[in-house]
Design a protein around this ligand. Structure first.
Ligand SMILES: NC(=O)c1ccc[n+]([C@@H]2O[C@H](COP(=O)([O-])OP(=O)(O)OC[C@H]3O[C@@H](n4cnc5c(N)ncnc54)[C@H](O)[C@@H]3O)[C@@H](O)[C@H]2O)c1
Length: 269
């Protein structure tokens, strides 16, 4: 098992689903945690669950000042930072682009791209210097369904998740050799609360609203492992990339897809 004892991990989008699961998993490996989320309610719940040893802050990854405050508070509390993990995101309700009101597309595009892409870019740039002091790493979140092909979301989500691949590869190139940059591409998260954009009036719609049985049936149909993982179950893949002892992997994107890409032709099972 990867040992992260003493490693200082800053995690954005840690209020639910993947990010919350990763925070719990990283804590079992001995990491010291700094957690950021935009939701005031989730921040209160995080502080209650993780206690005073963990830094918990409310902030928006689109806000440079909020990211600087998060970085500075992390360094002030722990003395530095080894790993930045990006887990925030919103989706587009899987809406086909031709079904969106044309005049709402620009604002919805801005909202999805600024959270799913710009937020990762800004946090990487803000944390770069501190991470470089400790030969640290950045691990971002792509998607096995939306980063490589169609039908893993609507067009806006798919465009944003394809962009994450380019962000990871270019950051890995530009930040080398001091900081490694990688990503994980998850495929379905059982405890997700993934929301839609306010610009489409979908901020109250959660991926969690899709009945678990039908989501499970869909995952079973297209993957090999008959399992819809929780956020925490993606922990080992993220920990492998974040481990400070790991000096090999950069520009890598782990396909954490339960065998989805190994099964392009769907046969009845
Ligand atoms: N749910 C899935 O099936 C799935 C599959 C593949 C990839 N992903 C990706 O995994 C990541 C996590 O998704 P999830 O399913 O756990 O969703 P989630 O909504 O449960 O978690 C995302 C967290 O990010 C926070 N957040 C949203 N906007 C933010 C902002 N501007 N600043 C700071 N925090 C913000 C939310 O409050 C939430 O706590 C996303 O990048 C998503 O695209 C999800």
């Amino acid at each position: 098992m990867t040992d992260l004892t003493g490693a200082i991990v800053a995690l954005t989008g840690s209020g639910s689903g993947l990010g919350l699961g990763l925070a719990r998993y990283f804590r079992t490996l001995g990491a010291k945690l700094a957690l950021l989320d935009i939701s005031a309610d989730k921040v209160v719940a995080l502080q209650r669950a993780f206690g005073e040893d963990t830094l918990v802050m409310q902030g928006d990854v689109r806000d440079i000042d909020a990211l600087k405050a998060f970085r500075d508070a992390t360094v002030a509390k722990f003395g530095g930072v080894d790993c930045l993990v990006g887990a925030q995101g919103i989706f587009d309700g899987n809406r086909p682009i031709s079904e969106l009101p044309l005049e709402k597309i620009p604002a919805a595009f801005d909202e999805v791209m600024r959270i799913n892409v710009l937020g990762y870019i800004l946090s990487a740039v803000v944390f770069r210097e501190e991470l470089a002091k400790r030969n640290g790493s950045i691990t971002l979140t792509a998607s096995s369904n939306a980063s490589y092909c169609a039908d893993g979301g609507g067009l806006l989500y798919t465009a944003s998740k394809h962009s994450v691949l380019g962000v990871v590869r270019q950051l890995a190139f530009e930040f080398a050799p001091a900081v490694r940059v990688n990503a994980v591409s998850p495929c379905g998260i059982a405890d997700s609360d993934l929301r839609g954009p306010g610009a489409l009036g979908l901020e109250g719609e959660s991926q969690n609203d899709i009945p678990k049985d039908s989501f499970m049936a869909m995952i079973r149909k297209v993957t090999l492992l008959d399992h819809l993982p929780t956020g925490a179950e993606y922990g080992p893949a993220y920990a492998l990339l974040a481990d400070p002892k790991q000096r090999i992997l950069t520009g890598e994107i782990i396909m954490a897809d339960q065998g989805l890409a190994n099964r392009p032709i769907i046969s009845a099972r």
